[in-house]
Design a binder for this molecule. Structure first.
Ligand SMILES: [Zn+2]
Length: 431
């Protein structure tokens, strides 16, 4: 057999049988398809083959385009879903202290609203003072739309998508929003205080960097991340704590940033209460979502690895926060990393760890754990561990470890009992 190295023959992909071509288009990564069609004249005829584009769109959950202004499946797929569809799902923001969760959803549309893709953030109801006395449960997030990506209301031959701010529909004039993709960076955050300078936890935490799903970046031009060392120019003796940015040895993966021309997207950020001098926008990382089903701890099938994934936890006066549980099989330790945080224990910090190798002896449980409304106590599993508490700012000399007991009381529900303070925190799995 001889190998044909004539480049003209290699280029003739459109000479393949039609069925084979369709199959190739279906299995190709979505972002490569438009390129393939544009570089091969014979393949360009497939633009009118709606069944292909319809089935590719269905992979992103879009099965109906009546609210997309009468466009073809080809236009909806190649202009909207191919570049932005991979973003669908959750993103974790590196905002100092608070972090943030960006939730990117498909909008099918309605008679009042064009279909498209919506970038929204999670907000939790603030905790009322009278609620603090009873064991509180985490709240499910409320969805706040920030940016709407859609095709223009009037179709045009070479149209591109509109990226618009939708934080306050009806009250602010329609205006431009921006989604930008930034390269890897070594930039990190620090805290400048009268007592000294302290590094903020890296984000994503190096121990769980694989939570970043590399396949979910939008198909946008990659912009170079800014390199700054604000540490060189800090004024001495700041009046309060100042958050600033400087490089570290930890390389963070590419990320997106979002903003709008009137600044409302920026103002929708959670507030951490310190002066923030960071000269660039927060970075959001695509969060890998694991679909492991929860397992009843009362059954033999329960295993600590079933705890992996995203959880919502009650954090006292700070309300509900988002955590990423990761079980390390080598060490038999379950780690709870903060995806969102607060001015005491920030995002990126390890909230607690529990040793799952040996159960905590039930006979040694303190009495008050029984009193604290832990459901299903007799069928729960108990493990010893330690958790981190801190005064405001998370300065090293203000934070310390406290013994905890992890109580796995349901397939999708756990408690942590904090031994010195007598507090009980509740966690539920994010569905
Ligand atoms: Zn705006």
């Amino acid at each position: 057999m001889t190998i044909d190295r004539d480049p003209n023959h290699l280029a003739n992909i459109d000479h393949l049988p039609y069925d084979v071509l369709l199959h190739i288009l279906r299995i190709l990564p979505s972002r490569d398809i438009a390129h393939l069609l544009s570089c091969c004249r014979g393949l360009h005829a497939l633009v009118t083959e709606e069944s292909i584009w319809r089935s590719l769109s269905a992979a992103y959950g879009l099965t109906d385009i009546i609210y997309f202004g009468g466009r073809s499946w080809y236009i909806v797929y190649t202009r909207l879903l191919q570049p932005y569809g991979p973003m669908l799902g959750l993103w974790a923001g590196d905002h100092a202290y608070t972090g943030d969760v960006l939730d990117v959803r498909l909008r099918i549309g309605s008679t009042h609203q064009r279909g498209g893709i919506v970038l929204g953030c999670w907000r939790f109801p603030s905790v009322q003072p009278e609620d603090l006395d009873r064991p509180e449960m985490p709240e499910r997030p409320m969805y706040t739309p920030l940016i709407h990506i859609s095709l223009p209301s009037v179709a045009a031959p070479h149209e591109s998508v509109q990226v618009a701010c939708c934080t306050k529909p009806g009250t602010t004039p329609p205006h431009q929003a921006y989604i930008e993709l930034f390269s890897s960076t070594s930039q990190s955050l620090f805290l400048h205080t009268r007592q000294g300078r302290y590094s903020h936890p890296e984000f994503p935490p190096p121990e769980i960097q694989d939570f970043v799903d590399q396949l979910r970046y939008p198909y946008l031009p990659l912009r170079e991340s800014t390199v700054v060392d604000q540490g060189l120019y800090l004024a001495p003796n700041p009046r309060g704590y100042v958050v600033y940015s400087a490089p570290t040895s930890q390389i963070k993966p590419p990320a997106i940033s979002i903003s709008c021309s009137l600044g409302c997207v920026n103002r929708a950020r959670a507030f951490h209460g310190f002066q923030d001098d960071v000269p660039y926008l927060p970075r959001y990382y695509p969060l890998r979502q694991r679909a492991l089903p929860g397992v009843d701890p009362a059954t033999r099938e329960w295993h600590p690895s079933s705890m992996d994934g995203l959880w919502l936890g009650s954090h006292g006066p700070h309300g509900t926060e988002c955590l990423f549980f990761r079980w390390d099989g080598t060490l038999s330790v379950l780690y709870a990393w903060k995806i969102t945080g607060d001015s005491n224990v920030p995002r990126g910090a390890l909230s607690w760890r529990a040793n799952t190798h040996d159960p905590y002896p039930i006979s040694e449980l303190p009495d008050w754990i029984h009193d604290n409304e832990i459901p299903n106590l007799t069928n729960s599993r108990f493990f010893g561990g330690s958790g981190r508490i801190s005064a405001r700012g998370y300065l090293p000399y203000h934070s310390n470890e406290m013994d905890i007991i992890l109580v796995v009381c349901g397939a999708d529900e756990v408690r942590t009992a904090w031994m010195d303070s007598g507090d009980v925190a509740a966690y539920i799995r994010h569905a």
